[in-house]
Design a protein around this ligand. Structure first.
Ligand code: FBP
Ligand code: MN
Length: 625
């Protein structure tokens, strides 16, 4: 309890206040996923309240404002700085401009009032910039349409225009609407990957007004694992960064000097078609493409070697079928897999010693030591990864719902898969708990040597029983070198097939101590052909934003849970901030009700409400003393 009370009256007043909060409608939660480092896309989601703001606007103004005027209002709320400039520049007459201010401020105040009605006054106070706090509150708590108040309101707006502060006033209201539209944001993994600025997402969250939590994704683990000292996590991360022309993030943001790696890569490798970076970036030079290509090869080969060592060190991971370097033919043009010989296309195995294929060379060792020291010591990387670790978990339970990135590994019958790790058997919830313990422990005790923590953290990236990877094998080797569709295919854990069945969802919820009225909400897997809502509305797959990786035909979603139920927002493909502003594009393409109850949920029905009830009990006990 933070507050100090000096007398019983103060305690009584607090009890009354807290009891009243319990009766307010439950705040809106937003679930998004797979941001993959695209900060502008993330910002677009936050500014639009994950679709909640346009919904509020249409609820309020359908029948009053045309669709185009609603659209203009909505984009003003999302990007007030830019849209204001654009709109104001279009007025020739002062009178028109004045009328616009009158109308717009009135509409914005109505929206702010609407999104405020769920929040206790102290939250509204926090959401408002102190510059105009009293004035805005005066307006939102009054009915401006009442005859005697209209005059009063008009004088206020006239004053704002006369004193030339109406733009600032609009900014304050728009920002407050953005803040109050969502109470908590759940980020279902893969904040990091190939996108240009995951660091800016972390920065935004650091200043976040909303409550938030991460449910880590497999890519996040690569980044956290690198800081914990896992060379395998680091090599995968570098390989992917080069593949998507994103090494600049490491160099410019995280201060990792890649000189030794680049020099080594250019020395030992020449560009190959199978290592062509997967994106073409405006203004990128041939030299840069060559670097991306060769670095990818250098990282891939070191990865395959160190993977071989880890697989042999850890038989319990059961990954022997991922050992390839000892199955190359002597001319390195063929590889034997499951007794069958396959042609290697564009191999780059010149540093692989046939006698000791998993041994790294001296030059590789020098590069690796340089890099892993830098990764574990980068101040900024440490800060951001600790932020991810401290605000995240393998899964979260929130108001009866179970949230995670990928899956809970099961067999075809839906039995939780057992793994023996460090002499103990784990499955289901306990397996996830164990992985979380190891990841956090690894970050608390970073070490660049080959240790248990590092190996387990790497397993989380690509092991068959990793809840975050959620597939059988990561076919990196096959996808680079063997042109055989079947061999390149990765198969999802049976969890996904079973996720259509209600009994199975109930079973998973039970495993995590949750009841049958809960839901499973996850990300990771783009819903291409399959519906995102399954198992009698108990399973919702929110794949937020990975269309840039898997193609534009994949739908993006955000799930909103408010006091009435659940809404699935189908998000429009995001191009860029400039385009969104230019076309005044809304975020939502479609909106589906997943669950609706006319009986509104209150804060009293939530976990936050449970905390408040405990506080009330505690305070009441003090009164009885
Ligand atoms: O498209 P790329 O760059 O080849 O990456 C494919 C790899 O990414 C993964 O899909 C993992 O990334 P996601 O978590 O974003 O799906 C692997 O399963 C797969 O091998
Ligand atoms: Mn993922």
């Amino acid at each position: 309890m933070d507050k100090e009370f000096t007398n019983d009256d103060e305690i009584k007043s607090e009890i009354i206040n807290l009891s009243a909060i319990l009766k307010l409608p439950k705040g809106t939660e937003a679930h998004v996923s797979d941001i993959h480092g695209h900060d502008e896309k993330y910002s677009n989601i936050i500014r639009s309240g994950a679709g909640n703001i346009s919904r509020k606007v249409s609820e309020l103004f359908n029948g009053q404002l045309t669709t185009i005027n609603q659209k203009k209002l909505v984009s003003l709320i999302y990007y007030p700085e830019e849209i204001l400039k654009k709109v104001i520049a279009e007025f020739n007459e002062d009178n028109d401009k004045e009328q616009w201010y009158f109308g717009t401020i009135n509409e914005l105040i109505q929206i702010l009032r609407y999104v405020s009605n769920k929040h206790p006054e102290h939250i509204i106070n926090e959401a408002l910039d102190k510059k105009f706090k009293d004035l805005v509150k005066e307006l939102i708590f009054n009915d401006l349409n009442a005859e005697d108040k209209r005059q009063y309101y008009q004088e206020i707006v006239k004053g704002l225009i006369k004193l030339n502060v109406s733009n600032d006033f609009i900014l304050v209201i728009c920002h407050a609407i953005q803040k109050l539209a969502i109470e908590r944001i759940h980020i279902l993994g893969d904040v990091y990957d190939f996108g240009p600025h995951p660091d800016l997402i972390i920065k935004q969250l650091g200043n976040s007004w909303q409550n938030f939590d991460f449910e880590w994704g497999n890519h996040d683990v690569l980044w956290m694992g690198s800081v914990a000292g896992s060379k395998l996590c680091m090599l995968n991360l570098i390989r992917i960064s080069a593949r998507y022309h994103n090494l600049g993030l490491l160099e410019n943001v995280y201060g990792i000097d890649l000189t030794s790696l680049i020099r080594y890569a250019l020395n030992r490798y020449i560009s190959l078609p199978n290592f062509e970076p997967k994106v073409v970036v405006d203004g990128e030079s041939d030299d840069e493409r060559n670097i991306d290509n060769c670095v990818q090869q250098a990282a891939a080969i070191m990865q395959f070697k160190l993977e071989g060592q880890a697989i042999k060190r850890r038989p319990e991971f059961k990954m022997d079928d991922r050992l390839f370097l000892d199955k190359l033919s002597s001319d390195r043009k063929k590889v034997t897999i499951d007794g069958k010989s396959y042609s290697i296309e564009n191999g780059c195995f010149q540093t692989v010693n046939p006698a000791k294929p998993y041994q790294i060379t001296n030059s590789e060792r020098v590069v690796l030591i340089d890099l892993i020291n830098q990764f574990t010591q980068s101040k900024k990387l440490n800060q951001d990864m600790r932020f991810m670790a401290n605000n995240g978990s393998m899964y979260a339970k929130h108001n009866d719902n179970l949230l995670f990135h990928g899956c809970i590994p099961v067999d075809n019958q839906g039995n939780f898969v057992e793994m023996t790790l460090d002499g103990q058997r784990y499955s289901g919830k306990e397996l996830s708990d164990y992985f979380e313990f190891i990841l956090k422990d690894g970050l608390r005790h970073p070490t660049t040597g080959d240790c248990w923590n590092s190996d387990v953290i790497w397993y989380l990236w690509e092991g068959a029983n990793s809840p975050l990877f959620a597939k059988d094998k990561m076919r990196t080797f096959e996808r680079y070198f063997i042109s055989d569709d079947k061999l390149q295919q990765e198969h999802h854990n049976p969890f996904f097939k079973l996720s259509h069945e209600e009994w199975f969802v109930d079973k998973v919820l039970k495993e995590f101590g949750l009841g049958r009225r809960g839901h499973i909400i996850n990300g990771h897997t783009p819903a291409k052909e399959v519906p995102p809502v399954r198992a009698n509305q108990k399973f919702i797959m929110v794949n937020g934003m990975s269309e840039s990786k898997v193609g534009a035909d994949v739908k993006n979603y955000a799930l909103l849970i408010d006091s009435y139920g659940m809404l699935l927002e189908t998000l429009k493909p995001f191009t860029s901030r400039e385009e969104v502003i230019k076309y005044m594009a809304d975020i939502t393409e479609d909106r589906d009700v997943v669950e609706y109850s006319s009986e509104r949920k209150t804060i009293g029905d939530t976990e936050y409400g449970e905390d408040i009830k405990k506080q009330i009990e505690f305070l009441s006990a003090r009164l009885d003393d």
